[in-house]
Design a protein around this ligand. Structure first.
Ligand code: TEU
Ligand code: CA
Length: 552
């Protein structure tokens, strides 16, 4: 007996077709991608050298993490000149050549746009800091009396400047100074910079930390008498931010055929309309963090499939017919999902592919983070000196000061550090996995001796081959792009299953996200299009088994 799944598609809830809805985006962390001059840092020419690889994978668009001039306190998220390339990455000529090469292959490029803050080395800040009467004083946020807030990277959110005897505000590190978006001159300077990039012919932006543009600078309640208080609600999604974002969009993105994705960690599905609806949204898509926050806690093993379904389904249903989702598993700020949500030991290959299958076929534009397509894992770094990330380092330092034992901190860092996503891309079996001929800026994950691109290219069962098949399948079946999404098989606690429906076509996507065999299983009446196992066990789903069917 086969399972019958009721049709759920309603009439008239389809969105307009656009190129960026059909695209798959590949996120590059340039520092760790490919080094061509032996200085141990990936560079723009390294990206050019790997375009064949990306095209073979089947991606349509590349998102580059920041490559602007920067002292690299936060690896480029501290920009000191928006209209220049950092020395480590190459030159503006290199960038122009990269842009040309990408376009001549019919691919597109999206740049990272860091608008909440600049580096403390940016000429704007140097000028602002020079005196209280500086014409750019008001481009940043200066106060005689700081609020009691804690910065997102730990420690106080205000730093004292002895020369002008005031404090300046920084949501992240003290080298990343928040811009004052209330100042119209500053906003104009930012828009001009954005237009300059758009005129160059880039195809879109991922807009960093954009839900923080507006703040409400008043003290937090502090019943526990903390030195500094986390002040999330005062710096996130504050009343009035939508007007700022509307102006940003009107003055810049609206004038070009580009795609925008706002990184907006605190936004919830019920706020979709003002953020991303086709009617009044300020961006085409946003990245929310809700799934990562709700479906995984650092202590537990694996992912909570129930929570995952609740969160992701809420976003799917809320967007249906009015907005478009971004779909992602990993990025440069998160540990590797095969290590956190999956099982990177006994079921490494199966869990990497099942997680991929789970998110990739929902309605939205899929993003793949470099290394995810080969199932790269968290790094086994035991020594704090092997880590590079400022957030990790600060977290270690501030918590040691508070008396938290070294051992406990290392346990957490080994689980959640952002550096797990930042170890160099593992290309082959050679020295440094073929990433660099020099000394890499951060140690490699030693498992490159078996986990690398080269090893997977010829293997039809590999994670890489599975990703290629997923990309091809999505290209070949419009329903997998535009169809509506409906959860199914809810009875099975570790199975993430959903249908896609588009006109008469119906697809079923099943990902069994557990180490055990699941006996709750009925045969499906349909054509099997993709699977991460060679053989089937009737009446069962094997550990991390994933399948895609075209239903009859
Ligand atoms: O991240 C912003 C953001 O949402 C952070 O709070 C994020 O949750 C944090 O990194 C998790 O540990 C962006 C960039 O993606 C990140 O790499 C930068 O460090 C940050 O902005 C500052 O520019
Ligand atoms: Ca280099």
């Amino acid at each position: 007996m086969s399972t019958s799944i009721p049709q759920q598609q309603e009439e008239g809830d389809e969105l307009e077709k656009t190129w960026w809805k059909e695209a798959v985006v590949y996120q590059i962390y340039p520092r760790s991608f490919f080094d061509t001059n032996g200085d141990g840092l990936g560079d723009l020419n390294g990206i050019r050298a790997k375009l064949d690889y990306l095209q073979e994978l089947g991606v349509d668009m590349i998102w580059l993490c920041p490559v602007y001039k920067s002292p690299n306190v936060d690896n480029g998220y501290d920009v000191s000149d928006y209209q220049a390339i950092m020395d480590e990455m190459g030159t503006m000529d290199d960038f122009d050549r990269l842009l040309e090469d990408i376009h001549s292959r019919g691919m597109k490029i999206m740049m990272d746009l860091v608008l909440n803050h600049t580096s403390d080395q940016h000429p704007w800040f140097l000028e602002s800091k020079s005196s209280k009467d500086s014409p750019k004083r008001d481009w940043y946020v200066w106060r005689d009396h700081p609020t009691n807030w804690e910065s997102i990277f730990g420690g106080p959110a205000w730093t004292y400047d002895p020369k002008t005897r005031q404090y300046y505000f920084h949501l992240f590190s003290k080298s990343q100074v928040d811009l004052n978006w209330e100042n119209p001159e500053l906003r104009r300077a930012i828009y001009d910079m954005i237009l300059w990039w758009l005129d160059k012919g880039i195809d879109g932006f991922r807009v960093d930390a954009i839900n923080h543009l507006k703040k409400e600078y008043t003290d937090m309640p502090n019943p526990e008498g903390l030195n500094y208080v986390p002040a999330w609600e005062k710096m996130t999604n504050v009343q009035g931010i939508q007007e700022l974002l509307a102006e940003l969009r009107r003055e810049t993105f609206d004038r070009y055929d580009v795609v925008t994705v706002g990184e907006a960690n605190s936004v919830r599905a019920h706020e979709i309309s003002e953020w991303i609806s086709e009617e009044e949204g300020k961006f085409n898509m946003i990245f929310h963090l809700e799934a990562h926050e709700e479906a995984w806690d650092e202590e537990s093993a694996g992912v909570d499939v129930d929570d995952l379904r609740i969160v992701l389904d809420r976003w799917q249903r809320s967007a249906q017919g009015i907005a478009w989702n971004s779909l992602y598993l990993e990025n440069h700020d998160r540990p590797r999902t095969v290590s956190t949500w999956g099982n990177d030991r006994e079921h490494w290959r199966e869990s990497a592919t099942a997680l991929g299958c789970m998110y990739f076929f929902m309605q939205g534009t899929p993003f793949i983070y470099q290394g995810q397509e080969i199932g790269m894992t968290n790094a086994p770094f035991d020594d704090i000196n092997m880590y590079r990330d400022i957030e990790t380092k600060n977290m270690y330092r501030y918590n040691r000061q508070k008396g938290v034992p070294h051992k406990d901190l290392m346990k957490t860092i080994k689980k959640i550090s952002r550096d797990h996503a930042r170890t160099p891309m593992q290309w082959n079996f050679g020295a440094n996995a073929g990433f660099t001929g020099g000394t890499p800026w951060i140690p490699l994950n030693p498992n490159f001796n078996w986990l690398n691109v080269k090893a997977q290219q010829q293997d039809p069962q590999s994670v890489l081959s599975f990703y290629k098949k997923m990309l091809k399948l999505r290209k070949d079946h419009e329903a997998l792009v535009y169809g509506s999404t409906h959860l199914t098989y809810l009875e099975c606690p570790y199975v993430y299953a959903y249908t896609r429906e588009y006109g008469e076509a119906r697809y079923l996507i099943i990902s069994h996200l557990d180490d055990d065999t699941c006996s709750w299983w009925n045969p499906v009446d349909g054509e099997l299009l993709l699977s991460n196992y060679d053989s089937y066990v009737d009446g069962k789903l094997q550990p991390y088994e994933a399948r895609v069917y075209l239903l009859n």
